[in-house]
Write a protein that binds this ligand. Sequence first.
Ligand code: ADP
Length: 541
Amino acid sequence: MQGLMMDYQLTMDRILEHGNRQHPRKEISTMLPNGSMHRYTYADMYRRVKRLSKALVKLGIEPGDRVATFAWNNYQHLELYYAIPGAGAVCHTLNIRLFPEQLSYIVDHAEDQIVFIDATLLPLYERIAHQITCVKHYVLLNAPPGTETKLRNVLYYEDLIADSDEDFEWRSTDENMAMGLCYTSGTTGNPKGALYSHRSMFLHTMGENSSSALGIRESDVVLPVVPQFHAMAWGLPYACVMSGAGMVMPGPHLKPEPLADMIANERVTIAAGVPSIWTALYHELKQNPRDISSMRATVVGGSAMPRALIVAYEQELNIPVVHAWGMTELSPLGTVSLLLGQHQDLSDDEKWDVKAKQGYAVPGVEMRIVDLDNKELPWDGQQMGELQVRGPWVIRQYFKRDITDDYMTEDGWFRTGDVSTIDENGIMTITDRTKDLVKSGGEWISSVELENELMAHPQVMEAAVIAVPDEKWSERPLAAVVPTPDGHNLTEADLKAFLSTRVAKFWIPETILFVEEIPKTSVGKFSKQTLRKMYAAGQLQ
Ligand code: ADP
């Protein structure tokens, strides 16, 4: 086998070296906490990453150690995405929106040695610091001089970089070393850690950048609204550098107004985030139009993109929507709903039907659906089963946990916990998460589809459906609806009449409640768990 190209290691430093060599003048801009823009180039980033990697080694970081981040999307967080793996360590992104007890559990479970903290988030972190014993150093980013903190062993990010130099050999010498760690948000039990290797993330980056997936180009300017603490910002910090795209980092500014400003002022071509971000941005853009003609795609995932919102973006705002499905456990990209050659002659309506589905497996990912006995189901677009996947960037086990059949089949497929159909053309449609399906009288009702139908009503901004216990049917759907600003006259009867032409009769919820907002999870998805708790506590009337 000698002479085969087997020794080229697929590591993150290669991506960074490539970006620096090929696109040194490419710009990365960040909206700072005070609203001004910080701008620098790939070459600037490269030099700072080298210094930072070296500083980490000087601080005693050993290969495989976990180094955590607690930060918004900004240029420093981007540097950490490369510097930590470049030092041979594992970049563990902490979700700033988790409950304190979940956060301290995660830091402890990961045995984080250093935590990099955005100074704007200090009060959040200080709440849990007393419970944590594993951390040797805290490093503050964006800390104005004189910042006071209760934390001990505090260092300053800019000091670390200033006191270091660029004479450093990457410590990521083996593609099988771990490079990233991300915990799921833990809707059931304690959060579980998905550990990525250099190799898996490198291949994910190639897959994400293929034309069958997001196909990011050098000419793109990418705005990752999806936080760097949510599934590695969907891999965009690596995909952009690999393709040489410009980047716009929103910092803490995730409200629709600054996002719309950034898109217009920075001439953003691709923005990525969960549907709730796009709902809010749509209303902002309708009320206060901006020049958003630079946009060539908005990438949406994390939960189902309502069809009506796809239509609103494509028809009214002229921004194409790319709908993707993924999971933290898949690094995260699994499928992308792109139109194929065979779809080109379809009507707009038919195209939107395709785009509302979750789409085709990204090259590298294999998928199948199975019944309750783990028997494979046909791809006929009708039969629903548990979706299972495998591939080079799908985890094989959770960090520091035993493999159990709850999430891995005997023959090596990862059980997603999603229920879906796959049609003859290989298009996958998520029907629900297993635990969110409504089981009514022996039939399944898809909460996702019901929500989509409700959100197709022009006066509905958001809708979430949960199963509630029912004596006769065992479970029935209950819908919570947020009307649009001009929808204050909307009634339950209007919505039932609207649904009656769109779904089977037994799907129509007996109860449709109007609420001010749908509670959201730490990553901006509808929190059905909170809704269920509110219902059980009699708070949803
Ligand atoms: P969490 O478990 O913390 O929500 P993830 O972001 O990893 O973390 O969630 C993955 C899940 O999100 C998937 O299993 C699926 O249920 C849901 N999901 C992701 N993208 C989509 C999509 N495009 N349509 C429907 N559901 C989606």
